[in-house]
Write a protein that binds this ligand. Structure first.
Ligand SMILES: [Zn+2]
Length: 296
């Protein structure tokens, strides 16, 4: 079970990634409107506690609390002038939790900037590239094993982000889009179009996360696998769609685990959960795909 991310993929391992950050912080009392990243400075013991819960549940990969951590996305945060420090600290916290079980890997999470790129919006390509280079460098400095661009929906922003990451470091890179219209992204892209544009850019793994439903994700996995790029697939769906106020996710751990095994059969190599996924969901996924309670 030991080795780097790439070694373990080459060895044919199925790896379990962790579950949600934001929806679990809501259960832990984060106030509405507070960006989860602020807890890196304000509630580091809670950040550590959730990481440890996922490690205990059997996750092989945990994600840093830095999804909204580009300088651009943090523009309105009270920590707007401390973006690199926040990312480095997020990596250090995840690293600390990962050390509680041998072989657990840390992925540095990076999400969209929240701005549209020119000509549709104000964001220049150069500013986007610089923001991701800065975030990737800070996460690398904090000790992550791999980097993850997740919940992307537009090709231009993803391409700029990949360029930025590659300028900053040589860590393995996962690129994951969100198909929140079912089997298309917010910009109307199909999985095959994303794979065609992104897979040749020197990345380690391509994937899909968040999205609309577990069934739609099964179609996405099939469409991505049919592209036969040779890249391992990273699949991290929501635990269903939120219902009610406060939002509740009704997909059970057993259902999530059942779908995770289907994704693996269809070609996924890394499986976990996105919004609504708790440590109990991750534990069920780990049992289902590893056939044991955790990696011990
Ligand atoms: Zn999500």
């Amino acid at each position: 079970m030991m080795g780097s991310f790439l070694e373990r993929l080459r060895a044919g391992d199925i790896l379990v990634a962790d579950g949600a950050t934001g929806t679990n912080y809501q259960k832990m009392g984060i106030e509405i409107g507070v960006p989860p990243e602020e807890w890196v400075f304000d509630q580091p013991e809670n950040v550590l506690a959730l990481h440890r819960a996922f490690v205990d549940a059997g996750a092989d990969i945990i994600l840093t609390c830095s999804f909204g951590g580009t300088r651009l996305r943090m523009r309105d945060s009270k920590y707007a002038d401390r973006a690199p420090e926040l990312n480095r600290r997020a990596a250090e916290l995840a690293r600390q939790a990962a050390a509680t079980r041998a072989g657990v890997l840390v992925a540095g999470s990076m999400g969209p900037t929240g701005a549209l790129m020119e000509p549709f919006g104000e964001l220049t390509r150069a500013d986007a590239v610089n923001a991701y280079a800065e975030q990737a460098a800070a996460l690398a400095e904090g000790g992550v094993d791999l980097l993850l661009l997740e919940t992307f929906f537009a090709l231009d922003e993803a391409q700029a982000a990949i360029e930025g990451v590659k300028r900053a470091c040589a860590l393995p890179l996962v690129v994951s889009f969100s198909y929140d219209q079912g089997t298309r992204t917010m910009m109307g892209l199909r999985p095959s179009q994303v794979v065609e544009a992104i897979a040749p850019l020197g990345i380690a793994t391509i994937g899909a996360n968040c999205g609309k439903s577990l069934d739609a994700m099964e179609q996405i996995v099939a469409e991505m696998a049919a592209q036969k790029t040779g890249l391992p697939l990273w699949i991290k769906p929501n635990a269903g769609l939120p219902k009610g106020i406060p939002p509740a996710y009704d997909t059970t751990p057993a259902e999530m685990a059942d779908y995770a095994t289907r994704y693996v059969k269809a070609g996924a190599r890394i499986v976990g959960g996105c919004c609504g996924s708790t440590p109990a969901h991750v534990a069920a996924i780990a049992r289902a795909v590893h056939g044991r309670d955790n990696a011990a």
